[in-house]
Design a protein. Structure first.
Length: 377
């Protein structure tokens, strides 16, 4: 379906209680969008896209980068890391293994694209329901733009940016889209913590370092909180809806619809989520191999997933500084010397953080240009 042939009123969802289930009600007008005014849509898209650039220059963003640099400096100083020795390791990197690690990293985005598109379909955002949902390449572009946003501004604003990009592309409800993203994040966290605990038991047995033990406890607690939150939202949704001001009711219904529809029959999505995190471990394994170090499979998974867990609380853009420092520390716990750990962390973050900026910035500039062209029309 072309953009010009989209229906004026698109279907969205409203939550009603039918045998404790969720029923879809079609053709409920979406107050998020004025679908009869394409010019207004284009202007909103341009304003939202430009705001990412403004947020990058906000004092809190600049302070988060300063904090990240301070954490890295503290880590290097406290561990007595020799920059000369680290650079000596990096200069000898095997480019073949490094390229394979980078390919593994970006392959995980392809898996994420398949997963999110499937979740959107389950939530009714699909061509069958009148939405011009992009294919895997289009979804992949949205994901890369959202991860780029997470790398340049704190507080995981890239997730909201992802929802807005989908709204701009398909005119789907922002609330339903954000519901699928929240469901995806919860699934990511549950699977991550499960694999992390299993790999931690394999690597450490009953002798878990105190910091790792705290990380495991934090992960398990966060998962428990998320699961309890979803259950409360499911069983008490009518009460929650009654407490909300009327103007927020429909938005809450859409958010709930996106969460619960995308979590129906979760087995295929859980399988894809496992693939995402296993690829994350493979990336660390290959990065270590590129520098001549061998990590066991469980050790690579432990390093990658515990480092990813650090980003749950987004103090800095993309976990910059916090992830780097924790990765150096956890690599030391599996037997690597500090300088070797710092070298592995450096080459890994070249791909998992800095390359996202190199890839995402051109995509963002092209997107910004297209938004401005639509506004001028």
């Amino acid at each position: 379906m072309s953009q010009d042939s989209r229906p004026t009123v698109l279907p969205v969802f409203k939550m009603v209680d039918v045998d404790r289930g969720v029923q879809e009600i079609r053709n409920d007008p979406d107050p998020d969008l004025n679908l009869d005014d394409p010019e207004l849509l284009a202007q909103e898209a341009a304003i939202e896209t430009e705001s990412l650039g403004r947020r990058f220059l906000e004092p809190k963003t600049i302070l988060s980068f300063i904090f990240a640099i301070a954490v890295i400096a503290f880590t290097f100083r406290s561990l007595n890391i020799d920059l000369g020795e680290v650079w000596g390791y990096v200069k000898k990197v095997n480019l073949g293994w490094f390229a394979l690690a980078a390919l593994t990293f970006y392959s995980s985005f392809l898996v994420r694209a398949f997963r999110w598109r499937g979740m959107l379909h389950r939530s009714g955002i699909s061509p069958d329901h009148g939405y011009d949902l992009p294919g895997i390449p289009g979804i992949l572009k949205i994901l890369l733009l959202s991860w780029f946003a997470n790398c340049v501004v704190p507080a995981k604003l890239g997730d909201a940016f992802r929802g807005y990009l989908l709204k701009e592309r398909t005119r789907a409800s922002f609330g339903v889209s954000m519901g699928t993203i929240l469901a995806e994040r919860l699934m990511d966290l549950v699977v991550l913590v499960f694999i992390l605990l299993a790999s931690g038991l394999v690597v450490f047995g009953t002798h878990i370092p105190q910091r790792a033990e705290l990380a495991f406890a934090f992960g398990a607690g966060t998962v428990a909180l998320g699961v309890v939150g979803v259950l409360v939202l499911w069983f008490m949704r009518e009460r929650v809806e009654a407490w909300l001001p009327e103007r927020f009711t429909l938005h809450f219904q859409k958010l709930s619809s996106g969460i619960f529809h995308s979590l129906r029959n979760p087995a295929p999505m859980i399988g894809l989520t496992c693939a995402v995190w296993l690829l994350d471990g493979v990336r660390i394994f290959l990065m270590a191999r590129s520098l001549g170090f061998d990590l066991a499979t469980a050790e690579a998974l432990l390093v990658s997933l515990s480092s990813a867990l650090v980003t749950v609380i987004p103090f800095t853009p993309g976990g910059l500084g916090l992830v780097d420092g924790f990765m150096i520390w956890i690599l030391g716990q599996v037997g690597l010397a500090e300088n070797a750990a710092a070298a592995i962390t450096f080459v890994d973050r070249l791909v998992s953080y800095w390359s996202l900026i190199l890839v995402g910035l051109p995509l963002y500039l092209v997107h910004l240009r297209h938004s401005m062209v639509r506004t001028e029309r």
